[in-house]
Each structure stands twice: as structure tokens, then as C-alpha cells.
Design a protein around this ligand. Structure first.
Ligand SMILES: Nc1ncnc2c1ncn2[C@@H]1O[C@H](COP(=O)(O)OS(=O)(=O)O)[C@@H](OP(=O)(O)O)[C@H]1O
Length: 362
């Protein structure tokens, strides 16, 4: 009996030891696994939330999105209505995109840039393309190549949102197009970079530029006093920013000394308003990403008179660009407009010739 009891006790002790070892092993493995998992997961989240913050922070003085198209009158033209169409819910928002490979997101130098042109629709283009799950873009204008070049590429890289492998990193700073040293600096960073240039009737662009400037400076002279040398003369002041920027071909020629034409995509600012989906087909093809942003992402806000997004990156619902985009322009005398048209015509013709695109400006 004593012997039997001893055997039972030994057996119980062995089993207990096995149980303890088993439990200890289980908890050790679980702890190791979960701590690694949590670390990876929270790194991912940090990156994503940082990038979402980037999207809102650091933007210039302009608020470029406004909520509230819900109450706007809407018409059906070629745009869908927000409440009758839903956007595919697959990888709708790039901020939610998960790494397919399980790899972590990291910040990379941009592979594509929107280099201009100021007041031609660059913000609209950026906001439309960043709906794409394979595109990530810095929300604010970074001004690396024109203002902060001395901070170095590492600084520039850190301004970019984190991306997973296969996603395209983008940035838009419209002043790049007209700043002398920028083409060679961009070339030094990446000779194979893709560049998008939004262009618009240069007369409209000049008025838009003037409208923005006069909204910041109340005692600004009249448009015609600034557009012509000595005010009333018929001599166009080509040194005045709103005119100078619109001589697109001059700026483009500087870029073409460093890059072949095939590395640029010219986006029509007019088309971006009247048929954004068609322009986005061209943009996505040029960037080498799948066709994702389409007609169903847009609706026309008739109050604003511009297309808005049914769902923008980082936003739960429909969004239009802010009130600094699509402003009312001052009335400019027809004679002034005619003179400017005549001035720009030969430069526009040369641009059509070089790019092979007739933008149809009057
Ligand atoms: N969807 C949509 N909503 C609002 N505005 C739109 C849109 N698409 C293009 N545009 C035109 O964009 C013009 C502003 O151009 P940019 O974004 O390049 O301006 S900026 O250089 O960044 O200041 C802006 O110029 P203004 O009309 O003079 O304000 C618009 O005509």
C-alpha cells in the first residue's frame, strides 16, 4: 500500500512538473509573440496616424477642403449624386491600406511630383489622385527644391507620408515649375522621376493669381494697372508674376534641358473641372497605377460650380476643395482680356507644338 501511494505521489509530481513546464512554455511563447505582434502593429498605426496628421498639419494658410456639400444644390450632369452612388469599399482609402507583404511602411523620396502650375488646379489634382490606394502624398506644399534644398534629401524624405512597397509617393509644390534651379535639383535626386503639370488658359490663370493676391492685400492696384507697363499702355508687363508664370513654354523649355518630354504629363485645368474622371484616366496611366479613381468618385456641387469628391483620403464623407479654390474673379474689361490673349497666343501655340496637345485656349 505504502509502495502504491509512493508511486502515485511520484507520478502526480511528474505530471505537475510537466504541467508547470507546459504552462510556463505556453506563457513564454504567448508573451514573446504578442509583444512582437503589438510592436509591429502599433508601429504601423503610428506611421499611419502620423501621416494622417501630416495631411492636416503644415498646410499653408489656405484651408483646402471644406465640408458641407450635403446642403448644396446638386444637379446631374455627368456626375453621380453622392447619396445615390457609393464608392467601392475595397481599398478605398489609402490611409487604411494594409501591407500585402506584411512589411512595415516607411517614408520614401517621391517618385512623382506635381510641379505646377500655380492657380491651374494643382490642389484638385492632388486631392483626386490621393484617393487612389496605391498613391500617398504629402498634404502640404513642401517647397524642398525651391526653398529648403539646403536641408538635404533626408529631411525631404521625412516630410513624405509612409508608404508600403509598390505605393507611389507624391508631392505638389506649384512654384517648382517656374523656379530656375529646380529642374537640375530634381534631376540630381531622380533622373527618372515623373512630373505632372496642370495648365490652364494663362489669361484666366493670371486673373486667378491676381484674385488671390488682392484677397491678401486690400489696397492692391487694379488688374490692368499691373498687367501693363505704365498702366494704360498696351505693353504687357512680362515681369509681373501673374503674366510671367503664364508663359508656360519658357518654363517648360528649361525643364526640357534636363528631362525628356515623356517624363511629363500635361493635365488640362479646364478638363479637370468639366471632366475630372477623364483626366484621372490619363493620370493613372502615366503613373503606372491601376485605374481606380473614376466617374463614381465625383459629383458636381452646383453651388460651388466645381466637382467634389464623394469620399476623400482621410475623410468619412463628401468633400469639396476649400473656399480659396474656385473664387469669384473680379470683372476685367474685355479689351484688357483681348490684349492679354494676343500676348499669350504665340507662346501658347509653341506650347501646343512642343507638347503635341492643343489645349484650346481662346
Ligand atoms: N474641383 C475643384 N474645386 C475648386 N477649384 C478647382 C477645382 N478644380 C480645379 N479648380 C481650380 O483650381 C484653381 C486653384 O488652383 P491651384 O490649386 O493650383 O492653386 S494653388 O496654386 O495651389 O494656390 C481654382 O482657381 P480659382 O477659380 O481662380 O479659385 C479653380 O479654378
Amino acid at each position: 500500500m505504502q509502495l502504491l501511494l509512493n508511486k502515485l505521489w511520484t507520478c502526480f509530481q511528474n505530471r505537475r512538473a510537466i504541467l508547470i513546464v507546459g504552462l510556463a512554455t505556453f506563457f513564454a511563447c504567448y508573451g514573446f509573440y504578442s509583444s512582437n505582434f503589438c510592436a509591429n502593429y502599433s508601429n504601423g498605426l503610428d506611421d499611419v496616424s502620423k501621416s494622417t496628421a501630416d495631411y492636416y498639419a503644415g498646410e499653408t494658410t489656405e484651408q483646402y477642403f471644406s465640408l458641407g456639400p450635403e446642403n448644396a444644390a446638386r444637379v446631374r450632369v455627368s456626375y453621380p449624386e453622392p447619396d445615390t452612388l457609393s464608392v467601392s469599399n475595397s481599398t478605398e482609402n489609402v490611409h487604411q491600406t494594409e501591407p500585402k507583404s506584411g512589411k512595415k511602411a516607411k517614408r520614401r523620396l517621391p517618385q512623382a511630383l506635381i510641379i505646377g502650375v500655380k492657380k491651374c488646379g494643382t490642389r484638385a489634382l492632388l486631392e483626386f489622385i490621393r484617393v487612389h490606394p496605391d498613391i500617398r502624398a504629402a498634404g502640404s506644399e513642401i517647397h524642398f527644391f525651391d526653398r529648403f534644398h539646403d536641408r538635404g534629401f533626408e529631411w525631404y524624405r521625412l516630410q513624405m507620408p509612409p508608404t508600403f512597397e509598390g505605393q507611389v509617393t507624391m508631392e505638389k509644390t506649384p512654384s517648382y515649375f517656374v523656379t530656375r534651379d529646380v529642374p537640375k535639383r530634381v534631376f540630381q535626386m531622380n533622373p527618372a522621376i515623373k512630373m505632372l503639370i496642370v495648365v490652364r488658359d494663362p489669361v484666366e490663370r493670371a486673373i486667378s493669381d491676381y484674385t488671390q493676391a488682392s484677397s491678401k492685400k486690400l489696397d492692391m492696384k487694379n488688374f490692368e494697372d499691373l498687367a501693363f507697363i505704365n498702366g494704360s499702355s498696351k505693353l504687357v508687363d512680362t515681369t509681373w508674376g501673374p503674366v510671367r508664370i503664364g508663359v508656360y513654354i519658357r518654363h517648360l523649355e528649361r525643364w526640357l534641358r534636363h528631362f525628356p518630354l515623356s517624363q511629363f504629363l500635361f493635365v488640362s485645368g479646364e478638363q479637370l473641372i468639366t471632366n475630372p474622371a477623364a483626366e484621372m484616366v490619363r493620370v493613372q496611366r502615366f503613373l503606372g497605377v491601376k485605374q481606380f479613381v473614376s466617374q463614381q468618385h465625383f459629383y458636381l456641387n452646383t453651388t460651388k460650380g466645381f466637382p467634389c469628391l464623394l469620399k476623400a483620403a482621410g475623410s468619412p464623407g463628401p468633400r469639396c476643395l476649400g473656399k480659396t479654390k474656385g473664387r469669384n474673379h473680379p470683372l476685367i474689361k474685355m479689351s484688357v482680356i483681348q490684349l492679354l490673349r494676343e500676348f499669350f497666343r504665340p507662346f501658347n501655340a509653341r506650347l501646343y507644338q512642343v507638347t503635341g496637345i492643343n489645349f484650346g485656349w481662346p
